[in-house]
Ligand binder design. Sequence first.
Ligand code: 5GP
Ligand code: MG
Ligand code: MG
Length: 194
Amino acid sequence: TQEQTEEGGAWHEMAMERVLWSGEDIKKRVSELAEQITRDFSGKSLAVVGVATGAVIFVADLVREIQIPVTLDFVRMKSYGNSTTSSGKATCIADISIDVKDKHVLLVEDIIDTGITVSTLVAHFGVKEVASFSVCTLLDKPSRRIIPVQLIPGGKFYRGFECPDEFVVGYGLDYAELYRNVPYIGVLKSHVYS
Ligand code: 5GP
Ligand code: MG
Ligand code: MG
């Protein structure tokens, strides 16, 4: 049961213009991705690395559907933009604490937009002597790409959904640090930004 407003809807309904992927859509896609990942890494040491904070909800659901043992750790990135646009620069401000040498690393992202964050992380993990480096992103906005995703040879690329060129929130994705706990992915009404 959801928190009800006086009008009877959930607290976020008033703010949302439209839903792009429902909680059920996401759940189904997450199981499909996990099934593929399970098949691809069976018999291997898999180290899942989530990019905090946006990917926290996705990675929590994803690892519980993966049917092989995995380790789970996080990196935290800082990008220097405003709340709805990428800035052209990203730095890793908190690294993983697990040793991933000779491990198959799967980086889990909420969304790839310009590609700057993922490119920075590919370079970051490229010097760690990992067995392989793969990327799983829930959303991909290829129309906004500035830097193509250049994987380390042998790495795999998984994506949940192709996202239209719109700013989306929910299921971990924020606007000004809010709306991460919305259980679906949608577009906010324009008045929310003003
Ligand atoms: P990139 O470095 O690929 O441009 O974008 C990386 C980060 O920008 C994402 O991890 C995410 O935090 C943020 N971002 C990009 N597009 C969106 C969007 O549509 N909604 C939200 N909430 N964040 C986005
Ligand atoms: Mg992210
Ligand atoms: Mg954000």
